[in-house]
Design a protein around this ligand. Structure first.
Ligand code: SF4
Length: 361
């Protein structure tokens, strides 16, 4: 018997799961390389039909930039001695969470570097429980790879969702970028979360050095095979204090492919929650997230990290909203969404896939 809310791991063979016209390998490749405006229009129409016009706000609190890992593309990798490290205390995080409701946010996203230590894992469990007890926010955690047991504790404490990007579906490229982890380990974490009944978010970078069109095609097919609830994608932007400093995005000659990825994901997996990620505004200043919302996305993730440390959590350079005051993002985000003719989603904005499953389990 399955636990309530637990969906089985996708068991389709690649041949079975990729059998339809939009989602087979050739179909995905054709969408990514074909005419862009018709693709964007199809994705926007399907987003409206399946997800409605609401844009759900998930406020990110980057509660610690301490990380034990050394991912080559990341500005807060452990080897970057230029970073001023911080860890927010629980009361400061709760103070932000209490203000979120007034900002129209239904979810707090607790994000940090990866520190798989007992004390840190216990602390995250306490934090989740306290937020659930003191607010009516949903809780998403994005803190990296953990054992099934740790994820189970966080779920039992009240974690609704967990975000963990697979970054690339190419095992060799993954290994080159991540000295501390294999792609197989990352996918095992995603499957463990699925088995635990947690809503699962993942995603990938667009334009890592060494990436090809076939990598992007396989990334999109892997999203569907994993049967995810949410997918966040964002362009690779080289950080100057990393080994990839100065390396161009692999799609520098065709940056619009980033939007084609969003639109293709909407067509291939229509019920996904798709955030317009912050990196889109860094890569396409001033317009990136708006365009993503018009080309298939339905979630916005304002940065609610206290202003005094926001500049110390730079995974990539030119991150927007770093100099804004506490709470300033809220008004700006609302105005942006209204200007697109959309509305702020009320409540948690859970994945339609998870709601559909809960109804039959
Ligand atoms: S990407 Fe995440 S796990 Fe990797 S170094 Fe950066 S914060 Fe750490």
């Amino acid at each position: 018997m399955r636990e309530a809310g637990v969906r089985p791991i996708a068991t389709n063979s690649p041949a079975e799961s990729r059998a339809d016209a939009v989602g087979d390998r050739d179909g995905v490749r054709a969408l990514l390389t074909g005419p862009r405006e018709p693709l964007f229009a199809r994705a926007d129409a399907l987003r409206r039909e399946r997800m409605g016009d609401a844009v759900y706000l998930r406020g990110i609190v980057e509660f610690s930039n301490i990380c034990a890992n050394d991912c080559l593309y990341c500005g807060i990798r452990r080897s970057n001695r230029a970073v001023r490290r911080y860890r927010l205390d629980d009361d400061e995080i709760l103070a932000v969470a209490h203000r979120m409701k007034g900002w129209g946010h239904g979810t707090v996203v607790l994000q940090s570097g990866e520190v798989d230590a007992r004390r840190e894992n216990d602390r995250i469990a306490r934090l989740i429980a306290r937020i659930r007890r003191e607010t009516d926010l949903s809780v998403t955690v994005s803190a990296g790879n953990r054992s099934r047991e740790v994820y189970a504790r966080w779920r039992d404490a009240g974690m609704d969702r967990h975000l963990l990007r697979f970054e690339t579906s190419d095992p060799a490229l993954f290994a080159a970028m991540h000295p501390d982890c294999s792609l197989a380990e990352r996918l095992d974490c995603l499957r463990a979360l699925r088995e635990l009944g947690v809503q699962v978010g993942s995603g990938f970078l667009i334009g890592l050095p060494g990436e090809t069109l076939e990598t992007l095609v396989e990334n999109i097919l892997l999203v569907r095979d994993l049967d995810l609830d949410m997918v966040g994608v964002g362009p690779f932007i080289a950080h100057p204090d990393t080994p990839l400093a100065g390396r161009p995005n692999a799609w520098a000659h065709d940056p619009e492919i980033c939007f084609a990825v969003i639109a293709t994901l909407r067509l291939v997996d229509p019920d996904l929650r798709l955030p317009a990620t912050t990196a889109f505004d860094a890569f396409f200043p001033g317009v990136g997230r708006d365009l993503a919302l018009r080309r298939g996305a339905d979630v916005f993730m304002p940065n609610d990290t206290p202003a005094r440390v926001r500049g110390d959590y730079l995974l990539y350079p030119n991150k927007p909203c770093v100099d804004e005051g506490d709470g300033a993002c809220a008004g700006c985000v609302t105005a942006r969404i209204w200007s697109l003719g959309r509305m702020i989603g009320e409540g948690p904005g859970h994945s339609p896939k998870s709601l559909a499953h809960a109804a039959i389990s």
